[in-house]
Design a protein around this ligand. Structure first.
Ligand SMILES: *Cc1c(COP(=O)(O)O)cnc(C)c1O
Length: 377
């Protein structure tokens, strides 16, 4: 088969979204430089207020990154002393890491084979008398059945925390990600749907006491309004003003960017071979924001190499379920079969705002060609 040399398609290109806000960010940064107010101050609270409104919560607390958003939330909720916290094994490692950082013990839970997310049944099967909390992860920007998961958490008296690090603007039956649990935790790592120009994160909640505790924990355990009264052991995990300026500039554009991601996903869904390049499912009640478009293929690593040879960048999220990673392996004795089987088959395709229809068509055509060849071989 001969093919003309064509442009490569990167897995992710931050250029279009960066350029869209660059002039506004430069103006904002100039204001910050003039004021020399780099930590806290009005730029941070302006973003926190806007982001709380966006998530339909009363409070948002900026943090240094998403991992701290999770870890400080769990600490503020009183998790510690080895308390058991349920987490899906199919997630970015930070979800589990945050539980250990807070002093808890992660108990890994299997996922649904079509969505690769938690379900009420997988959670219910994992609850023990020692379980105190449940972290639901809106992986890939998709929402699981939050109505049912809230119900399971309530029935077992579990604190519910949402890891919404990949799900800014996602919703379940019209209600935003981050507004279901005691708190929702977000990352603004540059590649996330809402990304800073560096590391940043936030906790959203409608519980003012919880918000105040996270505010204190992120700032060396300071008592509210005090500089020298440290009433608890905290850490340094503040959102800085330069990043807050970036996030404030980007937030109004996020709904359109998410709509583009949904359109890209819909195009893939229409174009990809549903048997040999099966897209991970979106539940009917989910308004997913497609942080990632994930398909399942056999011979994944070979498919990935062949796509790379054709100039198509891809990713794998994530190649090893958390319970199989060395630092966590001793915590789990059972097999979590759905996640283990999926880990060898999942492949993330290019998706980002500004990608363009022609690029989606080309990626889908190359994927179909590669998986068809595998089927014949
Ligand atoms: C990115 C991410 C985190 C961690 O966020 P950081 O800002 O990188 O610390 C946590 N959970 C999930 C699911 C993520 O994708």
């Amino acid at each position: 088969m001969s093919s003309a040399v064509r442009d490569t398609v990167p897995f992710l290109d931050l250029g279009p979204t960066t350029q869209a806000v660059a002039p506004v960010v430069v103006d904002g940064w100039n204001e910050t430089l003039t004021a020399s107010a780099f930590i806290g101050g009005p730029a941070v609270s302006e973003f926190e207020d806007a982001f709380a409104r966006f998530c339909s919560t009363s409070q948002a607390v900026g943090t240094a990154n998403g991992t701290d958003a999770l870890h400080l939330t769990l600490r503020a909720l009183g998790i510690g002393g080895g308390d058991e916290v349920l987490v899906p094994t199919n997630t970015f490692v930070a979800t589990a890491e945050a539980v250990l950082l807070a002093g808890g013990s992660p108990r890994f839970v299997d996922v649904d084979p079509t969505t690769l997310l938690l379900t009420p049944d997988t959670v219910e099967a994992a609850v023990t008398p020692r379980t105190r909390a449940l972290v639901v992860v809106h992986l890939y920007g998709q929402m699981p059945d939050m109505t049912a998961l809230v119900d399971v958490a309530d029935r077992h008296g579990l604190l519910l925390v949402e890891d919404a690090a990949q799900a800014h603007g996602a919703a379940w039956q019209g209600r935003p990600a981050g507004s279901f649990g005691a708190a929702g935790c977000f990352s603004f790592y540059p590649g996330k749907n809402l990304g800073a120009f560096g590391d940043a994160g936030a906790v959203v909640t409608s519980d003012p006491h919880l918000a105040d505790t996270v505010r204190s924990l992120r700032d060396h355990g300071r008592a509210a309004g005090s500089h020298h009264d440290h009433e608890r052991v905290g850490t340094n995990s503040r959102l800085d003003a330069l990043q807050a300026r970036v996030l404030t500039a980007k937030l109004p554009l996020l709904p359109a960017w998410n709509a583009e991601r949904r359109a890209v996903a819909a195009a893939y869904r229409g174009l990809l071979d549903p048997e040999r390049a099966t897209m991970v499912a979106e539940l009917p009640g989910s308004h997913g924001v497609y942080h990632l478009v994930v398909i399942r293929v056999s011979d994944r690593d070979l498919v990935r190499r062949q796509l790379a040879d054709r100039g198509i960048g891809t990713g794998v999220h994530y190649p090893t379920p958390c319970h199989r990673l060395a630092p966590y392996a001793s915590l789990t004795s059972v097999r979590l079969e759905v996640a283990e089987a999926a880990a060898g088959e999942i492949l993330s395709l290019p998706v980002y705002p500004g990608m363009g229809d022609g690029v989606v068509d080309r990626v889908a055509a190359e994927v179909n060609r590669v998986v068809a060849r595998r089927a014949i071989a």
